[in-house]
Design a protein around this ligand. Structure first.
Ligand SMILES: Cc1ncc(COP(=O)(O)O)c(C=O)c1O
Length: 411
């Protein structure tokens, strides 16, 4: 979706003060482009909405772990939510203080847990009782303690697409209420663990605040007898507008719904998508058009290898030309070059007539975009370009991969 940073001026698409075409002329396509200004504005909006709750924002690096973005968010005051040793490594490299890092994940390896304990990161969110034993051993070997939140699976149905819902009982995530009570009753078995928090994350791109409220109410009932639990981490899930007709709750709606419940707790929040999705886009070139079986296809140089969300979740991304001009519209399938039928970016989409050489942007692609890119079909991954906070300068924040990069780890 277009917004204050990604917008048209005189029919040309801009990222802040830079015409996107200017960047393409120097960097080529496919290309990821992010407005750091927009990302920080989104961060400020969430931080300010949750200020009344004393909420602290830990940006969820899984959405986009580009170092330039992490650095900008850390400088603006965000902590980082990580799901692997690699993300912790990047968060530390970006200057995040270890105590401002939370580490979650359903399958943390012993090596990653050791790395987290060694670096004394702020919180480890446990999703399995066996993790308690592993962390207890790692911490006691080093004469340390570790601060722990237990991830609760509250068995609620989030209003989102099924593939990104995480808070129902059939999902692999979190611990049941019984498992949490069992761990808390047996805390003495884990003397190095300071179990002081509870974590919930019921899904991403939440369509309303209802399931979050239900999850929070259930959490409060669960932890009421355990007075050492003073921190509630409510996870991510604040949605982003991918289509203009969507009516979605904003950060303030979540904060005000939660205010009556969480006022006496320390609150952590882990937004990912809502910070970077609408600050990013993918720029692609039209390679060919063709018509058969009653369908017209527009073939881009960009596909599921660069932006996997349409193939993975049938996700919708608006597609717009870099230069708007008067003319015909036509209904087309926009597809990528990868040898998979699922490599389709838009089906039966009404777009301005496109010809080979035209440039288009896939909007709202900053989250779960580049981080899911692959080199399938031996396609080097695209560069990531950022427009800096001043809105005036741009730079390649991650260079385009080369064929040599493709073979760098092979012998
Ligand atoms: C535990 C956890 N926290 C935070 C997030 C970020 O969610 P979102 O990008 O919807 O804000 C996720 C994403 O799925 C997650 O699993």
């Amino acid at each position: 979706m277009l917004n204050s940073s990604i917008r048209y001026q005189d029919d040309r698409l801009y990222c802040d003060a830079i015409p996107v075409q200017t960047i393409v002329e120097q960097v080529g396509t496919p290309l990821y482009l992010y407005s750091l200004r927009r990302a920080i504005e989104n961060y400020h909006q969430i931080r300010d909405a949750f200020a009344g709750l004393g909420g602290h924002v830990h940006y969820s690096a899984k959405a986009n772990a580009n170092l330039s973005l992490l650095r900008a968010l850390v400088s603006a005051g965000a902590g980082i939510d990580c799901v692997s040793g690699g993300e912790i490594y990047k968060a530390l490299l970006a200057g995040c203080a270890p105590e401002q890092i939370v580490f979650a994940g359903v399958g943390k390896s012993a090596d990653d847990l050791r790395y987290a304990v060694e670096h004394r990161i702020g919180w480890i969110n446990i999703e399995n009782e066996a993790e308690c034993q592993v962390i207890n051993r790692l911490a006691s070997e080093r004469g340390q303690t570790a601060r722990i939140a237990l991830r609760y699976n509250p068995d609620v149905s989030a209003n989102t697409i099924s593939k990104i819902a995480t808070g129902h009982s059939g999902a692999k995530f979190g611990l049941s209420a019984d498992a949490i009570r069992s761990i808390l009753e047996r805390q003495a078995e884990f003397p190095t663990l300071r179990i002081q928090g509870i974590h919930i994350h019921i899904g991403s791109q939440l369509g309303d605040t209802l399931a979050t409220l239900e999850a929070v109410r259930s959490t409060l009932t669960l932890i009421a007898p355990y007075h050492q639990i003073r921190t509630i981490d409510i996870g991510g899930g604040i949605p982003t507008q991918y289509r203009s007709e969507q009516a979605l709750p904003n950060p303030a709606a979540f904060a005000s719904a939660l205010m009556p419940y969480l006022g006496s707790y320390d609150v952590l929040i882990e937004p990912g998508r809502s910070i970077i999705a609408d600050a990013g886009l993918v720029v692609a070139s039209v390679l060919y058009t063709k018509e058969h079986g009653g369908q017209k296809f527009v073939v881009l140089d960009t596909g599921m290898t660069e932006l996997m969300r349409p193939a993975l979740y049938d996700a919708h991304h608006e597609i717009v030309p870099l230069t708007r001009r008067a003319g015909e519209f036509e209904t087309v399938d926009v597809v990528g070059p990868v040898c998979e039928t699922t490599d389709s970016l838009a089906h039966a989409r009404l777009l301005p007539a496109l010809s080979p050489g035209d440039l288009v942007a896939l909007l709202t692609a900053g989250a779960y975009g580049f981080v899911m890119a692959s080199t399938y079909n031996a396609r080097p991954r695209p560069p990531e370009v950022v427009v800096d906070l001043d809105g005036q300068t741009w730079r390649v924040a991650r260079r385009r991969e080369t064929w040599d990069d493709l073979i760098a780890h092979e012998s």
